[in-house]
Structure formats: C-alpha cells, structure tokens
Design a protein around this ligand. Structure first.
Ligand SMILES: [Zn+2]
Length: 523
C-alpha cells in the first residue's frame, strides 16, 4: 500500500537524463517505487498526465531566516516549486548568538530579515535548526553566518580576529559543523563581516574544509585595503587557494554596466578552476539587486550597531559627514521595498522623496533611516533600456547552462513592494527564459536546480527522483509555467505549478497551499 502515487507523469529525474513516463509510489517521506504502478493500492493519487514531475527545486540563496519564523507557510517560495532553501546568506543570520547578541543583530538585520520573535534561543546551530525543523513548509539548510560568528566573538566592533578570538571562532565552527551546518557564509559589504581581513577568512575556511563544508561568498567592496588583491573575485579565489575550501560565489552575473560580458566575468573563475580551485556559482534572473540601505553607511559608523548609528545620525558633524558620503552613492534609482514604519513610502524612489522634501539624496536617506529606526529595504529599478535588460536575461540563461551554476533567488519576501525575485525566480528561468531564448534543454536546467545544489551542499538523498530518496517533488506544466511577479506588481504567484510535495506530504494542492509544515532542517 502506497501513501501517495503520482501517476501518468513525465519524469525529469534531476540527473540531466532524458525524460520518461512512469508512476512514482511514495511511502511515508520516501520514494518507494518508480514504474508502472497501475493496480497498486494507494491512500492518495495525483494524476500528473501532461505534467512534468521533477525533484523539488533547491534555492541556494534565500533571506527567509526571519520571515519563516513569522510566516511558516512561505507561499512565495513553495508556490515556485522550491522545496529546500539555503539560509544564512551573506553571513546575515542569527546563529550562533547569545541571547543579548541575538537581540542586537535581530534589530540590525530587521531591514532585510524582518522581525522574528525576540525570545528565541539562537545560541547554537542546533538550536537555530530546531526552530525550522517540521515547523515550516520547506526544508532548510544552514551555513554558519559569518556576521553572527564575528559578533559573538568580537562584538559589534572593528577588531582583528587573531589569537584567542580566532581560536574561539574556530571552536564555534567545529561545533556548528558538528551540529549540521553546511559551511560558512559571508557578505563582505555587510557588517560586522566587512571588518574581517583575508587572513581571518583563510583561517576560518581551513576548519570548514576539514568538515567538507562550502565557503559561500558575497564579494567584498568594503575595506578592500585589508583584503588580498583588492577584494572582490581575487580575494575569494585566494581563500579557496590557501585553505583548500570549496568556494561558492553568490549572485555572480552580468549587470546593466556590462551586458553580454559573460566570458569576461568568468575568465578569472575558469583560470582558477584549471589551477585546481573547487568553484561553483549561483545567480537570479533579474537585472538589478535589492538590499537594506543602512549597509551603505561608512564602515566605521556601524560600530556598536543600530543604537550607536542612530546617535551618529543625530549629531550634527557626523550627520553632515554621512550625508556627504551618501551623496556619492548611486541612490537615484533606489526604490523603497519595505518601510514598515511608513508603508506609504513603499514603491517610491528616494529621488521622489528627495524632490518632495527639497533635500539631497544623502540627506533624504539619512532622514528616512532616522525616522524609520533604520528599518528600510530597497531595490534597484530595472534598466530603462529594454535591449540591455533582454541581453542580461540571455546572459543569465547562458550562465545557468554551465554545469557549475545553480539558482540563488536572493529572495527578500518583505513589504508590499519586494523585488520580484522573491515570487518569480524559478519559473522565470525554467519557464519564461527557456521558452523565449531557447538553446538549453529543460532536463539540463532541472539538473542545475536539483542534483547540482544537493551534491554541492551535501543534501543527502535529495535532488533526484530516485528510489530511496526523499519525496521532495514539484509537478508543473513545461509549456505554461511562468512567473507573474513584476517590478510594479511583485506579489503575484507563478502559474502552471499545481503540486509541490515536501518529504512525502502535499504542500501545494491544485495551486493552493495546504498548511502542512513538513519541511526539515537538513542535511
Ligand atoms: Zn543575498
């Protein structure tokens, strides 16, 4: 007796093999049989005739750490066919942190992660994982967040991590990897991560390597004087070279300033791979990014966290200095996505607000940060030149066709006007781009978002439709499935993905979320 049979579907198994027709029989949380199961008894049946049945999609870069703890249904993710998300991205997350430090970092990160309950125990990776295990709709995996690690060891201060501090950080990595972390993630334009230097990261990654973990990096553009080779790609490659760790590049793609230059951006990566450095990469299918603008403030001004930063905004000399600094930043195309203290600003540009207030861009941002308790998210408006935008879309599909690429949505599902990547990334790539631009088989693209990340991040018995594997399954219409989320109307779910199954449980049924929270903290 099967608990569930998915009958008559076309299976794409995640290994980039050609599709085939078969039934899938599920018992408890696993795939028990693949073949002709007509005539077998079943408690439930999904007729998948005319649909593709593939492993659930794995999102290698999601900022859902806080949101999942408030809204465990997580419809924006699961409705895309995502069954696993890798959290902790850019080193912006909550563990390992003491009670006091969790309060500090939770507040600091509220513009990008929202406001999860204040009384959670985040003191270890084990505790962190327990808040998600069988309490949310999707599976979650966690690389130790470099921001949390640094805060826990050194406080919110620009200090070098050496001697006993480095020893403590290494001990926390050993503990975290033993608790089920999959590596170490950093974002070197964020704080306190940006106060590190290359030597610190090499030392930490030596420990990560011992446990077979991955170093996930959003590249450095802050404090480049303390990094190898001026930060950016050179620093990440040096960390891989000297520690031997596996390196994974976050959102590595072309942008409005270099459309079509995929070969150029990958040249140093391909050279380093020939040299023996183990590298993978990820990207999302949109031309611009999104983050929290508080991160733009000068590096030294982040010392002490939000309370200290607010004092600086209210002291005349430092306020003027910060305004001058921000006036040089590219703020004119910044669209506010999340302003919980004044939601009427969501969807407006900083430029609009600066005109109505008759202030400079820097002055406007400082006023907004101050008024809104620093809790603001924004996105970059898409390019006005549609030809450039189309080229960036083609570039993205070309990059994803490489065997070392996977998808990281970089989703920030907050506010009324989030970046559309939070709702549309997977169907946009695998549906819209594949059909519009052609040249890449669906089987290949499915491999990039299933087996590829499962192998890379050690997600055991996931990422394939295979007997004995966990039943994480997405069922979609290959000709119709498409993203409906846009920059001007972002909170729209995709169409053409009627069923999503997580650990054998039906999480989406006929495009409706079932409220079943079967996601596990993995691997
Ligand atoms: Zn990110």
């Amino acid at each position: 007796m099967f608990d569930l049979i998915i009958s008559n579907g076309t299976i794409i198994d995640g290994s980039d093999s050609p599709s085939f027709n078969a039934d899938i029989g599920i018992v408890s949380d696993r795939i028990k049989s693949i073949g002709d199961l007509s005539g077998y008894e079943r408690k439930k049946n999904i007729d998948a005739k005319g649909f593709i049945v593939s492993p659930g999609f794995i999102d290698t870069h999601a900022h859902s750490d806080g949101v999942l703890l408030i809204d465990p249904q997580h419809a924006n993710g699961i409705r895309q066919g995502i069954t696993t998300e890798i959290l902790g991205q850019d080193g912006l997350s909550y563990a390992p942190l003491s009670k006091e430090n969790y309060k500090i970092y939770r507040k600091y990160l509220s513009g990008i992660l929202g406001e999860p309950p204040e009384d959670l125990d985040m003191s270890s990776i084990k505790k962190f994982r327990s808040h998600y295990n069988e309490k949310v709709s999707i599976n979650t995996a966690y690389p130790i967040a470099h921001g949390a690690l640094r805060l826990e060891v050194l406080g919110f201060r620009d200090l070098p991590m050496r001697g006993k501090y480095l020893d403590k950080a290494k001990d926390l990595i050993v503990q975290g990897m033993s608790d089920g972390a999959i590596g170490l993630a950093t974002g070197l334009s964020y704080h306190p991560q940006a106060w590190s230097d290359t030597e610190e990261l090499i030392e930490l990654c030596k420990v990560v390597k011992e446990y077979g973990g991955v170093y996930i990096t959003h590249l450095r553009d802050v404090n480049i004087d303390r990094s190898y080779g001026g930060g950016n790609v050179a620093e990440a490659l040096e960390i891989g070279r000297r520690s031997g760790v596996k390196v994974h590049f976050s959102h590595f793609r072309t942008a409005p300033n270099n459309p079509g230059k995929t070969d150029e951006i990958l040249d140093p990566i391909d050279k380093a791979k020939k040299e023996g450095i183990d590298i993978t990469l990820e990207l999302y299918p949109y031309p611009t990014g999104s983050t929290f603008p508080m991160s733009f403030l000068p590096s030294p001004d982040h010392s002490g966290g939000i309370d200290e930063m607010k004092k600086l905004l209210n002291e005349q000399n430092s306020r003027n200095r910060i305004i001058n600094y921000l006036n040089d930043k590219p703020l004119s195309d910044a669209v506010l996505t999340y302003v919980p203290k004044n939601i009427s600003y969501e969807g407006m540009t900083i430029l609009d607000i600066s005109r109505s207030r008759k202030l400079s861009l820097g002055e406007t941002l400082v006023e907004l940060l101050d008024e809104c308790d620093m809790q603001i998210g924004y996105l970059g408006a898409p390019p006005q030149n549609i030809k450039v935008w189309n080229q960036l879309s083609r570039d993205a599909l070309k990059l994803l066709s490489r065997p070392d690429y996977m998808i990281g949505s970089d989703a920030i599902p907050l506010g009324s006007m989030p970046h559309p990547r939070a709702y549309g990334t997977f169907p946009r790539f695998l549906g819209r781009f594949r059909r519009n631009f052609g040249g890449v088989k669906l089987e290949t693209l499915i491999q990039r978002v299933t087996q590829n990340p499962a192998d890379r991040f050690g997600l055991k018995n996931r990422g394939l439709i295979k007997e004995g594997y966990f039943a994480d399954i997405t069922i979609f219409d290959s000709e119709k499935f498409i993203d409906n989320s846009t920059y001007d109307d972002p909170k729209q779910f995709p169409s053409g993905i009627p069923f999503v199954i997580v650990n054998g449980q039906i999480a989406v049924d006929q495009e409706v979320c079932t409220g079943i929270f079967a996601g596990r903290a993995i691997p």
